[in-house]
Write a protein that binds this ligand. Structure first.
Ligand code: ADP
Length: 643
């Protein structure tokens, strides 16, 4: 850089950053406005960090106590400068923080990008907000001048958004301008010059950053500045003063989202512990919801001072809830580690958890359609609580909504139990890959014939929480793909069903099929589940349900390798055919039928037969035979004799 004599040093961006920048530079994303709230949010974080460090080291703030963010648009130069007097970055921090992708949000963005369809990247930018790098949507050259609080070194980071960036010591003039904190100068692109207009900046700050706790000042060309944001802790204001729109703006500025909150909880707790709460349930699932670390995103403040964004203030199965908790009692200098086992924090967590659940319950009663939307977005996460949280399990079951065989809509267990069939003592469910697939699963047949409603569980998490023994209003939840079922006492809808031909030679058929299949199955037995289809696979009463076993096998996560039980519908003519074939000692035909029955049972569960070619060959053989063709035509794999 000019004037210092120290040569600039060139660094390459981490590959992910280069990818991100490439996207930013060529972005066709029209909502470029988000860059400003991202930079302001970073500046605010920097002020938060300094205020936090200064609790232990007050000298870091000495002489310049008022933390603030200052924005300077310059129409003539076509630049926009965003400066803060927060914690700042030293040379190495500039290299690390602005050369790599660290934050999980940005990582999730890149992952989303890899999975998204061609061209979907643009809309993803808005949904994620990609931090500092989003500034390259509006600027083609960015200078970051920064000085870590308490340091006599001031450094400059400079990039034009290509493959790398330069690092240099600050010029004298820059160093003077930045006694502490960070100054970011954006050289705006021609088509982004509106961001050099003061009124445009003021509009954006009011819209997206009004609730930043530090003053945001707008500086004019004469160097005088005025504050343009409210800078108040909205959660400390009385509810009566706030309108729905204030909450929406607060939600967006606190969570960096664009949607409307589906639910807003704003209250204060007084008494043994005093704290203010402003929580939101988003209307759309955030992208990092599936992140394996399952971290929550509630911001903890102590007497208006930001402490941390990752205190565990809600259980992981409520991690979609966003917002702020501001405690009056916790010590300001509480370390982030200490928060883990702090009994006061635990007490706040219990309080918040109960409050969120009761708010969900009351929404479910007062506004069922709104609640169903929340459930559709976050139900899979809430269900994690069904196997993690014994205490809240019952309440969560009450909140759960399910697709069932009764119509297309969602049903609660309360509704299910109210509509039980006479003599029905259990709540039946079937887990699988998708609700639509489950609807045609043959395991539902017998229960359907008796008008019994069944829960169709199509989320991966369903295979897990159903492992735990659950009960609702004294009725056990019972899998239709595990163990025995007995619908005998529940009357058939259509009594004529019962008059159908009674099965013949039950024991003979079961033994013949079992002998033919050997150790491919753990048992062959008569089915109480089937009325139309010929066969299905179930799990033994002990051990794991079929769907869970399948999921674990697919993910290589310690499936037990337990063999399923093949259940046969003894009234089905293909099953009956076993009896004739074995009476006539056509053992090859018996094994072909047995193999076909097993393979179709796998297919009905959404799996592939063990040997698809053999399956096709057998199927063709029987079809051709059924059509009355000469047996010679389908000898093997479908080659015709006259070619
Ligand atoms: P995020 O803010 O989500 O971590 P960014 O890409 O926006 O991601 O920023 C990367 C990092 O750079 C931040 O985590 C922070 O450490 C640092 N940083 C960015 N802006 C500032 C700033 N104004 N003051 C101090 N540090 C900053």
């Amino acid at each position: 850089m000019d004037g210092t004599g120290a040569a600039a040093e060139t660094h390459a961006f981490q590959a992910e950053v280069a990818e991100l920048l490439n996207l930013m530079v060529h972005s066709v994303y029209s909502e470029t406005d988000i860059f400003l709230r991202e930079l302001i949010s970073n500046a605010s974080d920097a002020c938060d960090k300094l205020r936090y460090e200064a609790i232990a080291k007050p000298e870091l703030m000495a002489g310049d106590e008022k933390l603030l963010i200052r924005i300077r648009p310059d129409k003539d130069k076509r630049t926009l400068t965003i400066a803060d007097n927060g914690i700042g970055m030293d040379r190495q921090e500039l290299i690390d923080n602005l050369g790599t992708v660290a934050r999980s949000g940005t990582k999730a963005f890149l992952k989303g990008l890899a999975e998204a369809k061609e061209g979907a990247g643009a809309s993803l930018i808005g949904q994620f907000g990609v931090g500092f790098y989003s500034a390259f949507m509006v600027a083609d050259r960015i200078e970051v001048v920064s000085r870590r609080a308490g340091s006599d070194q001031c450094s400059v980071w400079l990039s034009t958004g290509g493959a790398g960036f330069e690092i240099a010591a600050a010029t004298e003039e820059q160093a003077k301008r930045v006694p502490r904190g960070t100054e970011i100068v954006l050289h705006l692109k021609e088509d982004s010059k509106r961001y050099a207009e003061p009124f445009e900046i003021e509009r954006l700050v009011r819209t997206y950053s009004d609730h930043i706790l530090f003053a945001i000042e707008l500086e004019d060309d004469k160097g005088s500045a005025r504050q343009i944001n409210a800078a108040s802790a909205i959660w400390q204001r009385p509810k009566s003063e706030l309108k729905a729109d204030d909450y929406t703006q607060a939600y967006r500025s606190i969570t960096m989202a664009f949607d409307e909150p589906a639910l807003t909880l704003h209250y204060k707790v007084e008494g043994r512990q005093a704290y203010a709460v402003l929580l939101f349930v988003p209307s759309a699932a955030p992208f990092d919801l599936g992140d394996p670390n399952r971290k929550g995103r509630i911001k903890l403040y102590v007497r208006r001072v930001f402490i941390t964004g990752d205190a565990e203030l809600l259980p992981p199965w409520l991690r979609f809830v966003r917002g702020v908790v501001d405690s009056e009692d916790l010590p300001l200098n509480i370390s982030r580690e200490m928060l883990q086992n702090n009994p006061q924090v635990a007490q706040i967590r219990n309080g918040l958890t109960s409050r969120v659940l009761s708010e969900l319950e009351s929404t479910a009663t007062k506004d069922a359609p709104a609640y169903e939307k929340i459930w559709s977005a976050f139900g899979p996460v809430l269900k994690e609580g069904l196997y993690e949280d014994r205490e809240k399990g019952a309440q969560l079951l009450g909140l759960a909504r399910f697709h069932t065989t009764m119509g297309e809509g969602l049903r609660s267990l309360k509704e299910y139990v109210a509509d039980l069939r006479p003599e029905q003592g259990e709540i039946y469910y079937l887990t699988g890959e998708s609700v639509e697939r489950l609807r045609s699963n043959p395991k539902l047949e017998a229960a359907r014939a008796r008008g019994i409603e069944m829960l169709l569980l199509g989320d991966p998490v369903d295979a897990f929480w159903t492992m735990m023994a659950h009960e609702f209003e004294g009725k056990k939840l019972k899998s239709l793909s595990q163990g025995d079922v007995d619908f005998g006492s529940v009357p058939l809808i259509n009594q004529a069903e019962d008059q159908k031909t009674a099965p013949q030679d039950e024991a003979g058929i079961l033994k013949a099929v079992k002998d033919a299949l050997g150790d491919k199955v753990s048992d062959v037995r008569a089915s109480q589940r089937l009325t139309e289809s010929a066969a299905c696979l179930v799990a033994g009463a002990a051990g794991r349900d079929r769907e869970l076993e399948r999921l674990l096998a697919r993910q290589n996560r310690g499936a037990s390798g337990a063999k399923p039980i093949l259940e046969l519908n003894l009234r089905h003519s293909l099953v009956q055919a076993v009896s004739q074939a074995s009476a006539a000692e056509r053992s090859e035909e018996v094994s072909d039928i047995a193999a076909l029955l097993l393979d179709q049972a796998y297919i009905l569960d959404g799996e592939v037969p063990e040997d698809p070619a053999a399956f096709a060959r057998r199927l063709n053989l029987f079809v051709v035979r059924g059509l009355g063709a000469a047996p010679g035509i389908v000898q093997d794999s479908g080659t015709s004799p006259n070619t």
